[in-house]
Design a protein around this ligand. Sequence first.
Ligand code: HEM
Length: 531
Amino acid sequence: MWKRWLEYGPFFRTHLLGYPLYVVGSPGLLKPVLGDDSAFEFFVPGKTFTMLISDIRHMQVPEQHAVFRRRLGQALNPGALSRHVMAPLRVVLERHLDAWEAAGRVQLAEACAAASLDVALEVLTGVPLPHSEESRAEVRKLFRTALAGLYGVPLPWLPGTAIHSALRAQRRLMELLGPELDREVAALAGKMLEAEAATATTTSADAEAPMRMLEAQVAAALPFHRTAASGASPAASTTNGAGTNAAAGAAGAAAGLTLSKEQIFERALGVVIASDDTSKHLFFFAVAAAAMLPAVRAQLEEEQKQAMRKHGDELSYGVLNDMPYLDAVIKETIRVFPTAVGGFRRALKDVPVEGGHTIPAGSIVFYSTHLLNASDPALLPRSLAPESRKQQQQKGPAGAAAGGKGAAGAGQPDTGSQAGRRALSRALEGPTGLPAHLDYECRLEEAFRPERWLSDETRPRQFTGFGGGQHLCLGMHVAHAEARMLLALVVRRFDLRLEDPQLLRRVAYFPGPLPRKGADGLLLIPRRLEP
Ligand code: HEM
């Protein structure tokens, strides 16, 4: 894609997984694609996703999506994280690190995947889990099987396919978790309806008030799941493929509700997918970077010592938020090793976009995090910068005019013009053909530089690791909090030795950077960092 960008610029047609699609990779093009939901709807390529989560209208229909965002925001905003998430998060992560310590060695990718799944299940979804360790182990295994269904052929009726096993796992999960979930959903829905009947007004403070995730999921679904009998819009009520809706509890049924445990379960699975598939890679790359780059590790350790002097053992949301270098390491991890490589939209009408192009109605659009990152003028070599305005003014009117229209900001490379991109293409060296700030394979130390986040001069400006606009990641704060907590604890508890000291130079790539299987042994030498 990067080669195409250099040749054709930030807007071109290609194919991905059999779909013809328009790729966009500049901030100007990104604006309408991510910002205008009357022109572009959220789209998931491949059919397996909608086999597992059959109703995605809460992501597509603007009216439903607005409520979904507002309610989930209440479960994932900093207030909710401080109140409901940070303490159990630490318990789960410390439990995993105890197991790492006892083993003395882990396959890092697998160990991070296990920790991230437990965080998603035990801390984030809010779905009541069984108490016995045996049943919990079964639940974990079933969730893994359900998640694996996303990445196979879409043949749900064919035994042996990942999606066939995933749907079976999902049914078994409903048997295991359904009754308790049903009770909780009915109780929450009943309470909300009572509160609604008691007062018709919602203050802005209510709209921000921290919630637990299950409460937020019910609150997000409730307005759209009533039967005509309750007097609400029948068009908004729904049944989904996985559920019959018959299970709505007593409180819900009395109010004409069609909200079912299956619908809530599917949304909870959506959170596990959004969270697990991303955080496990973030955990892996962040710990691997700390293990592989001594200069990074030394600064992390220094900052942790300072924090321990100031706050002792506390790792609350506020304390973790006060660690700029740790924050920069997490951001740099997502920038260099993005766990989400972009997103898809479908054009709802012909949309004219920057550069005189039109995206025809019905076409699929992919915004590419990689292209935006690779072409970020703040990160490209300064040697390619056009003359600064000051230099131009010193040369007089002729010089100023030459650098006028279409030129990049002072001191930044001009990536908007074909001439600018050709100059960039010539200047890029090395076998990967990537700019140094992304070339982890050949120039890891130059690519991975957390410091760039610490100054306005060098801070990336086209970072879309968490998407943007209408679908900006709702889990952004919690993803940061999880990764900061894990890395802070790892640095405090262990000295690290990678079995393959070149691990990060050899990561696999499809569709983004992924841990390479088998080469990721990590030795953990217990020690206590002294403040
Ligand atoms: C490293 C971790 C994560 C990364 C890199 C990430 C990335 C993203 C990206 C790029 C999008 C936008 C997708 C698009 O534009 O099509 C997104 C959306 C979303 N993410 Fe995350 N995510 C992460 C963790 C999480 C977590 C932990 C949660 C939940 C607890 C979460 C929940 C969501 C949700 C619900 C959306 C959809 C928002 C909407 O449609 O309005 N994410 N994420």
